[in-house]
Design a protein around this ligand. Structure first.
Ligand SMILES: Nc1ncnc2c1ncn2[C@@H]1O[C@H](COP(=O)(O)OP(=O)(O)OP(=O)(O)O)[C@@H](O)[C@H]1O
Length: 185
């Protein structure tokens, strides 16, 4: 709820800025006797944006599938990627809640690839996932983003201390941690 409130605050602040800018433009056009251009409802600041529905986000995003992502994102997945990048750039948290099996994992990976490629942010990122999909994450990363090195981190305290590679390999790009280990950190 806090994230939604923060997002709404950002959007309403942006709308106020945009509206003040539009008013100034209108006054200038009236002063010089020209007609003001029609507003483009698809650009940022549009009142059509619904934060709960990524498909209503501005269509003008230049974010495309990163080259580090070795696959082809479907149209709605590109839109999801753009929404994630938009949230990131505005400092907002977001939950991508597509239906089961629509490729949330792939979109999350494409987002990490975007951060690496466009912003030179190579992590380490921490992925927290149920233990049952841990190996799926590792497989999908090596298949779609082979340049991102994944390091699955699992096991009880004892097993983890027996794995010295964990400490030495903290520079790995993606740590993948099963959900039930979060409390153990
Ligand atoms: N653009 C794509 N190109 C190739 N394969 C894809 C694409 N999108 C999804 N898939 C495949 O479809 C399957 C389902 O995707 P995935 O498991 O990522 O969905 P999900 O939304 O994360 O699922 P869940 O809700 O079960 O966590 C996976 O095997 C994935 O590799």
């Amino acid at each position: 709820m806090e994230a939604l409130k923060a997002a709404r605050d950002v959007v309403s602040k942006q709308k106020m800025i945009t509206s003040a800018f539009d008013d100034e433009c209108l006054k200038l056009h009236q002063a010089v006797g020209t007609e003001a251009p029609e507003q483009d409802a698809s650009i940022a600041g549009s009142s059509n944006i619904d934060l709960l529905h990524p498909l209503t986000m501005p269509v003008g995003s230049s974010v495309q599938t990163p080259e580090l992502f070795k696959g082809s994102l479907k149209g709605y997945q590109v839109k999801g990627l753009q929404w994630l990048v938009n949230c990131y750039e505005q400092g907002l948290n977001g939950i991508l809640a597509d239906e089961m099996g629509l490729g949330k994992t792939i979109q999350a990976m494409a987002f990490l690839a975007h951060l690496a490629e466009e912003k030179n942010i190579w992590g380490p990122f921490l992925v927290v996932a149920p233990a049952s999909v841990l190996s799926n994450w590792v497989d999908e990363i090596s298949r779609f983003c082979p340049d991102l090195k994944a390091f699955p981190y699992w096991g009880g305290i004892q097993e983890r201390t027996l794995r010295p590679d964990w400490r030495f390999r903290q520079i790995d790009l993606v740590g993948i941690l099963p959900l039930d280990l979060v409390g153990a950190l």
